[in-house]
Design a protein around this ligand. Structure first.
Ligand code: SAM
Length: 179
């Protein structure tokens, strides 16, 4: 997926509201969605980009547009996140690697502000495969986040899978929305 496609997939997210924001992306890889998010955040925002793959992080810039990117090498499933008071957490093609997703969401939510949100990109399937070991269809993801205290879970956009299997979708989860 190229940069323009990644931006299109998450551009419906209600991100560009005034003040600079603090985000983390967990499982950022080489930064396809880090850059897309950076394009959509208000100027002066920051993203902490976390991955356990040092060679992927090496390809990540430290600035994209007017968004600063801080790289963090580590496992996002263990220990506290390296940042707190976040406006949002992005998980793009990453939550499906987590076995106990409910416990994980509870734990990483502690790094969010009370108004903090999740932005998610996943395959719309419940059938696991070696590359997507713990898949989350939109229905499963909605149930998971609602059970974790996120009252509003919205499907933002769909994108055909590059492999002709399940579609990719983006979603937004927030605690106190009215949708
Ligand atoms: C399929 S790639 C997605 C990369 C990027 N978010 C994207 O959508 O283009 C998954 C990434 O998550 C990282 N990852 C998976 N489990 C992780 C963990 N427990 N801690 C840190 N990084 C992890 C992998 O190293 C890989 O870079």
């Amino acid at each position: 997926m190229d940069h323009r496609d990644a931006v299109d997939l998450i551009s419906n997210a209600p991100l560009a509201h005034g003040a600079p924001q603090r985000w983390a992306e967990l499982g950022c890889g080489t930064g396809t969605f880090t850059r897309a998010l950076a394009d959509l955040l208000p100027p002066g925002s920051s993203i902490t980009a976390v991955d356990r793959d040092a060679s992927a992080l090496d390809q990540m810039p430290e600035q994209h547009g007017r968004t600063r990117i801080t790289k963090h090498l580590g496992d996002f499933t263990t220990g506290p996140l390296p940042v707190r008071d976040l406006d949002g957490i992005l998980l793009a093609n990453a939550l499906h690697f987590v076995r106990d997703q409910s416990d994980f969401i509870r734990r990483v939510s502690e790094s969010l502000k009370s108004t903090g949100t999740f932005l998610l990109v996943e395959y719309d399937t419940d059938t696991p495969n070696p590359w997507v070991p713990h898949p989350l269809s939109f229905v499963a993801l909605s149930e998971l986040f609602k059970a974790s205290g996120f009252r509003t879970v919205k499907r933002l956009f769909d994108w055909p899978s590059a492999f002709g299997r399940a579609r990719l979708y983006s979603a937004w989860a927030e605690r106190d929305g009215v949708g």
